[in-house]
Design a protein around this ligand. Structure first.
Ligand code: 5GP
Length: 122
């Protein structure tokens, strides 16, 4: 899948639309989800043009991967959700219900989150 420069996170990275930023460094931007699903709901994205977790994990440099995951852990800590725990999620592709085609982690926290997903029905 080729990267779409017009996806909403690409526009946020270019500063064309605003975001509620919580962290930024050379490789990473993190901002609050516009439709939070939990009391704390932050999106962590690489600045590089990667469509999905699959794309990022296969194509990103070691510096990008290391910087990204170290930043994600630090962001969760700085958000104050590390003590009680939180959830990290990367929706990927059609079955993963990924809506924005720029790789991102969701950080969910600030409340009990329940079980991860529902088992298959029937
Ligand atoms: P996905 O389903 O791709 O894993 O999640 C995309 C997330 O991006 C959704 O939780 C959605 O609410 C969030 N989102 C979509 N558009 C915007 C936006 O313009 N700004 C922010 N901050 N979040 C957005």
């Amino acid at each position: 899948m080729t990267y779409d420069d017009n996806n909403i996170f690409a526009k946020i990275l270019r500063g064309e639309i605003p975001c509620d930023k919580v962290y930024e460094d050379d490789h990473v931007l993190a901002f609050r989800d516009i439709q939070p699903q939990t009391k704390v709901h932050v999106l962590v994205i690489p600045k590089g043009a990667y469509v999905s977790f699959a794309d990022f994990s296969a194509q990103a440099s070691e510096a990008e991967i290391t910087g990204f995951f170290r930043a994600a852990g630090k962001i969760a800590k700085d958000l104050g959700i590390e003590g009680d725990g939180y959830r990290v999620l990367a929706n990927t592709g059609v079955h993963g219900h990924q809506e924005v085609p720029h790789f991102h982690l969701h950080l969910f926290g600030g409340q009990p989150l329940g079980r991860m997903i529902k088992p298959p029905q029937g």
